[in-house]
Design a protein around this ligand. Structure first.
Ligand code: SF4
Length: 357
């Protein structure tokens, strides 16, 4: 502030950026979580990242990760990529999306915030100001773009056509990534499907894997991130599938990922969809693999990590043909009657608050 007062400007040191640029398209059975793990996988191959703690090299450390090449991702999917940049020790991240994608998400968010006013959440005027700002953007949508001649600390190009199987983070370091073929056959005692790395589509896909397969071989914990996801999954019958497989259904939120709520048994081997697998976070002495919800469901069913061939066969039969039905997201503006659900504030009062800002 002293600078600003004295010279009328505020010098800020911006971290450098690392550009991660995707080309090609997702191959059958390969999920966005595998794309998340492909980033350290390719960085290791290029000598920009090492796994060992001693003398560790990490090109991402303290820098911004700028992600390009996946413009048609939904916002819910994009979160999975940007969320995980914390595991790379990034200072922040950006992802280049299309105006259509961002507009779709903001329209949904406007409906959600209006419903929060209707439900009596505070502060109504703060919510109303956010609604107005989003509506103003929607009326004239402009997205920030990187300069065409921008300099980057490094550019990492990832060809999605070359990723033909899942990639998982192995015990106990999110950077310790390997292909499914390299870890196939390892025993899995417990499986966690949950955390802010998941969205409703993951739960539908995981349930489809388990449908009609009897009891899980491993103990499966299922925890949708929000109550809205929980309600929808119950309504659509997916909870019944998880329960029929003997899964433990957790209260929506962070659950095992938080490390101080529920815990896995001591010294077990776990497959988890959560963000990080640091020592003792999910349970004392737990050895934790990190990967997709789709692969997690297969691990729960078998009690071990499947081979690439086993997994791809299950994905081809139970996930890929149903993609449009499974990977749908909650667009609140398209849910009939959503604006009035749980209403405790009158329509007139809501309109008055919105008109005042
Ligand atoms: S504790 Fe919660 S917010 Fe934090 S990484 Fe895990 S799921 Fe996300």
């Amino acid at each position: 502030m002293a600078f600003a007062a004295a010279i009328g400007a505020m010098p800020l040191d911006m971290p450098e950026s690392v550009l991660v640029k995707f080309t090609g398209s997702l191959q059958p059975g390969v999920t966005l979580r595998d794309v998340v793990n492909a980033i350290p996988y390719v960085a290791i191959q290029q000598g920009l990242l090492t796994v060992a703690k001693e003398g560790k090299k990490n090109v991402f450390n303290g820098r911004i990760m700028e992600i390009e090449g996946l413009p048609d991702l939904k916002l819910e999917q994009a979160f999975e990529l940007t969320d995980a940049t914390a595991e790379r020790s990034c200072a922040g991240s950006t992802i280049k999306l299309s105006v259509d994608t961002v507009s779709e998400y903001l329209r949904s968010n406007v409906a959600l915030l209006k419903n929060m006013i209707a439900r009596g959440y505070g502060d109504a005027r703060t919510l109303a100001r956010r609604i107005r700002a989003m509506e103003a953007w929607l009326a004239d949508p402009q997205l920030l773009e990187a300069d065409a001649d921008a300099d980057y600390a490094a550019v990492i190009e990832i060809d999605l056509d070359a990723i033909t199987e899942p990639i998982v983070a192995c015990p106990n370091d999110p950077d310790n990534v390997k292909t499914l073929s390299e870890v196939a056959g390892d025993r899995i005692d417990e499986v966690f499907i949950g955390s802010c790395m998941t969205n409703i589509g993951h739960y539908r896909a995981a349930a489809n894997v388990l449908k009609g397969q009897g009891e899980n071989a491993a103990r499966l914990w299922v925890c949708p991130p929000t109550r809205m996801d929980e309600e929808k999954l119950k309504e659509e019958g997916y909870y019944a599938i998880f329960e029929a497989a003997g899964s433990r259904m957790e209260m929506p939120g962070c659950s095992l990922c938080m490390g101080n709520q529920a815990r896995v048994e001591d010294n077990t081997t776990v497959f988890s969809t959560s963000t990080r697998n640091f020592n003792n976070r999910l349970g004392n002495g737990a050895q934790v693999y990190l990967g997709s919800a789709e692969l997690a469901a297969v691990c729960a069913q078998l009690g071990r990590i499947p081979s690439k061939e086993e997994y791809l066969a299950i994905a081809a039969e139970k996930i890929d043909p149903y993609g449009d039905e499974l990977y749908r997201y909650l667009n609140f503006d398209q849910i009939e009657g959503f604006e009035d659900s749980g209403r405790v504030v009158s329509v007139e009062e809501e309109a008055r608050v919105l008109a005042e800002v």
